[in-house]
Design a protein around this ligand. Structure first.
Ligand SMILES: Cc1cc2nc3c(=O)[nH]c(=O)nc-3n(C[C@H](O)[C@H](O)[C@H](O)COP(=O)(O)OP(=O)(O)OC[C@H]3O[C@@H](n4cnc5c(N)ncnc54)[C@H](O)[C@@H]3O)c2cc1C
Length: 813
């Protein structure tokens, strides 16, 4: 087949992901689709995958996508005639510890809320389904009857055939060697094969290059952070009498088992993985294996022989070691690369690429077709990655850990152990000297809690109360009753400046920016469905300049959203994140503390809630923003980095006499959930309508034109289908994290979007949407509610208003 000179889209890479993207785009009616594969289809990572196809992931949408894959693979053979080997033989996960038992039982509760069939089973029931297993120390299991397994290469080939049948050109032995660009767009793809070389002009490209994805990303001027690691399994000789078995996972022993053709495949997710391909992936790589490393695999095998004694007798037929790509947060990369406007990415599949391919291809093709995310894809959206995460040394260090994380205990608040300390605030050493225990977000080291003198400065993880629970409770009380200080320098700070700054913000965001200098506007960026793309505060610094303050995690995504909508507006957008330190001073005595370090006036008359002012602080200068995320009187002190230490020392010194306390991020989350402040990415996402999220107050509905306006007005007429409700468990013992099912009058209706402990309200607090079409608020609240925690239903009070300080009297004090 000859290589065309033009295409609507060129897909780079013919593994299962590229084939799935081609399949789904052609299903959407795209005919001008070209897929280029440098060697043969599947010859990278896909051909040697183990083929486990599970449905349950950590969030609803990731589960939705995995479920979709599983359903698609069930019908692919009939559609294409290619035998995919797909069967629904079910899967079992067993727990060998109480903590793991709680984790898998919490997952079972979550699965029910997501519509995945799952059953908690006893060790005896495990044994009945898996007679070869040593269940002596098995405490419990979960069984998913619809999970399955398949032949990865044939699934990919079936997808490619489906795409070809609908007109896609799938070309093997054709390598992409370069990309031609103009501004923020790729205009053409340069290729080379045995017959020659050439160029395909195109409207867009999709980077599906697997472990080459980082390299291909750089060709396009984009950042695709991933690193290859060695990944191991063994396959036994045929074992007499071995019949079809469910897939078995023993995460406490880092192992999974798959029966295939009377043999057992035993695979490993060891805690310390071996990064591979540091100098780039070899050019001639095709259906290759890496050298075996028996010493590395031995501990897994040893535990496996104890777990499944028949392995001791079985000969090892194959020792397999193949490379796969891993990302810094163990989630794959999907979507539009932030640096360019027509470079799409689907790469870095962290050993679940086969089960993810169907869903990822479907979601990406919908996004490419409509130009908008079909639903929240925040977990995998490539724009969540930060530029430094493309650093190869960082990726090398982090990838040692990410492989094993798939089977590690997924404790709440679990912190990554590798590649730490990359981004530190100007106050880092000061906080460390005062007992801070740091967590990491977007590379930033942030004080999560403060240890007492003599207390070990480490997390002891658990599904129950962790070792910092009381420390954080004391920080919480300091903020509620006195005054607390915490470092928020990780905030993204984006300056929008120019003659059209006001008009631009009035178009791109939902609030009102025609306000006096010094006014702060809490606001959202909406998409055309009035879903929430960003949750930020905007401060008018001058007639022509605004500061957009974003959560640390979404700085790049929010900046990209702004840039993509600039059009003809005369504005300059600059990331100022690293210019200023932010010290939050929060609590009923915060005014008193500021007054002690500054001659300025902090009264309601001069500096009411929602305004900023320039002040003198100690011997330096600062700008203070009167806002709060903890629901108390308080200010965020913005101070240039050169004066940050001075401002901090001055505040600490004055605060000492008042009993001011240094606080961490765990305190902040506990306080904000009591006040029912929404958390972007959890409670509010691009698929949550701003009115259903209860944030209608932040929308200036009578502005003539802003993105999402029509959808806001439509919803106002149609009425709400869901409402965000706050819950408090009446039993103070159980803890909430996220995704626990919400039960209304005995029926599961949805799940929590976030959860934490409310030390003032005296119980675990959760937020979540409750479907309520055609109902009044009174009807919604007249029901009885329970939340399911690890299989147990716990009574809950429900409220549409914040349970803590519903009239915001404390904030405006
Ligand atoms: C041992 C092992 C077991 C696994 N088990 C499972 C499992 O049980 N379940 C599961 O879901 N997943 C599993 N996986 C993971 C799964 O195999 C991968 O996630 C998946 O195959 C990734 O697919 P891909 O298309 O992204 O990458 P690949 O299959 O590597 O495809 C990328 C393609 O891009 C091509 N390419 C690169 N650069 C260029 C260029 N410049 N021009 C043209 N083409 C280019 C390459 O040649 C390659 O074919 C396993 C992986 C391993 C290693």
């Amino acid at each position: 087949m000859s290589v065309p000179s033009k295409a609507r889209v060129v897909i780079i890479g013919g593994g299962v992901i590229g084939c799935s993207v081609a399949y789904h785009l052609t299903k959407k009616g795209w005919s001008d689709v070209v897929l280029l594969e440098r060697k043969q289809l599947t010859s990278g990572t896909t051909w040697h995958a183990a083929g486990l196809i599970a449905q349950l992931r950590a969030t609803q949408n990731m589960t939705r996508l995995a479920k979709y894959s599983q359903e698609l693979y069930g019908s692919l053979e009939e559609e294409t005639g290619v035998a995919t080997g797909f069967k629904r033989n079910g899967s079992i996960t067993v727990a060998l510890s109480e903590e793991r038992k709680e984790e898998i039982f919490r997952q079972a509760s979550m699965a029910r809320a997501f519509g995945v069939e799952i059953h908690e089973i006893s060790p005896e029931e495990v044994k009945a389904k898996y007679e070869h297993l040593n269940t002596e120390d098995v405490l419990a299991g979960v069984y998913l009857p619809l999970d399955g397994q398949g032949d990865p290469a044939n699934i990919a080939l079936a997808l490619a055939k489906g795409a070809r049948q609908r007109g896609a050109k799938v070309l093997e032995h054709t390598k992409v060697t370069g990309l031609q660009k103009q501004g923020r767009r790729v205009t053409a793809v340069e290729w080379e094969n045995e017959e020659g070389s050439g160029v395909i002009e195109c409207d867009m490209i999709v980077n599906c290059a697997g472990m080459w994805g980082h390299q291909v990303g750089r060709m396009a001027g984009t950042n695709v952070p991933l690193h290859a690691c060695e990944h191991f399994y063994i396959v036994t000789d045929a074992i007499e009498g071995l019949q079809q078995l469910p897939v078995l996972r023993v995460p406490d022993e880092c192992a999974y088992y798959k029966e295939d053709a009377g043999k057992i495949l035993l695979g490993a997710f060891e805690p310390n993985a071996k990064p591979w391909g540091m100098d780039g992936i070899p050019d001639n790589f095709m259906f290759d294996q890496l050298p075996e490393d028996f010493d590395h695999f031995e501990p897994i095998l040893e535990a496996a022989v104890n777990r499944m004694p028949l392995l001791a007798e079985a000969g090892i037929h194959t020792f397999f070691n193949g490379p796969e790509s891993f990302t810094p947060d163990d989630a794959y990369h999907l979507g539009l690369a932030p640096e360019m406007d027509n470079v799409w990415v689907a790469a870095g599949f962290n050993s679940i690429g086969i089960q993810s391919a169907g869903g990822a291809g479907m979601a990406l093709s919908e996004w490419m077709d409509s130009g908008e995310k079909p639903f929240d894809l925040g977990d995998v959206d490539i724009s969540r990655m930060h530029p430094f995460q493309g650093n190869k040394t960082y990726l090398y260090e982090r990838s040692k850990e990410t492989l094993g994380l798939l089977y590690a205990d997924h404790f709440p608040y679990r912190q990554k152990a590798t590649a730490r300390g990359v981004r530190r605030t100007a106050l880092h050493e000061h906080l460390e000297a005062r007992g801070a225990v740091f967590g990491e977000l977007a590379g930033w080291e942030r004080a999560n809690w403060y240890a007492d003198e003599g207390q070990e400065r480490e997390y002891q993880y658990s599904w129950k109360r962790q070792n910092w629970f009381e420390n954080s409770a004391r920080e919480h009380r300091a903020v509620r009753e006195n005054v607390g200080l915490y470092d928020m320098s990780s905030f993204g700070k984006i300056r929008v400046e120019g003659p059209d700054a006001e008009a631009f913000l009035n178009y791109v965001a939902a609030g009102d920016y025609s306000v006096p200098v010094g006014k702060i506007v809490y606001t959202q960026f909406l998409n055309s469905r009035a879903g929430i793309e960003a949750d930020v505060t905007v401060t008018r610094l001058s007639e022509t300049a605004y500061l957009v303050v974003t959560p640390a995690a979404t700085r790049l995504a929010d900046e990209t959203w702004l840039r993509r909508h600039v059009g003809d507006f005369r504005v300059v957008i600059t990331d100022m994140t690293n210019a200023e330190t932010v010290i939050a001073v929060m609590g009923p005595n915060s005014r008193k503390l500021l007054q002690a370090v500054s001659p300025n006036d902090f009264s309601n008359a001069v500096n009411p809630f929602g305004t900023a002012q320039e002040i003198e602080l100690g011997m330096g200068l600062a700008r203070i923003h009167r806002v709060t995320y903890v629901g108390e009187l308080g200010w965020e002190v913005y101070v240039s980095n050169d004066m940050a230490a001075h401002a901090f020392e001055t505040l600490c010194e004055a605060g000492q006499d008042m009993g001011a306390k240094l606080c961490g991020m765990h305190m902040m989350d506990s306080c904000r959930i009591e006040k029912a402040f929404r958390h972007f990415g959890h409670d509010i996402t691009c698929e949550d309508h701003i009115l259903e999220a209860g944030l209608g107050f932040a929308v200036k509905k009578d502005k003539p034109d802003f993105i999402g306006r029509d959808a806001v007005l439509r919803k106002q007429d149609e009425g709400l289908k869901n409402r965000m409700v706050q819950f408090r468990l009446t039993d103070p013992d159980p803890l909430l994290y996220h995704a626990e099912p919400i039960i209304r009058d005995g029926e599961v209706v949805s799940f929590l979007t976030s959860g934490n402990y409310g030390h003032t309200l005296g119980g675990a607090i959760g937020l979540g949407y409750v479907p309520c079409e055609g109902e009044s608020a009174e009807q919604l609240l007249s029901s009885t509610y329970e939340i399911e925690v690890a299989g147990r239903r716990v009574k809950a009070e429900a409220s549409l208003k914040p349970m803590y300080d519903p009239k915001s009297e404390r904030v405006k004090a």
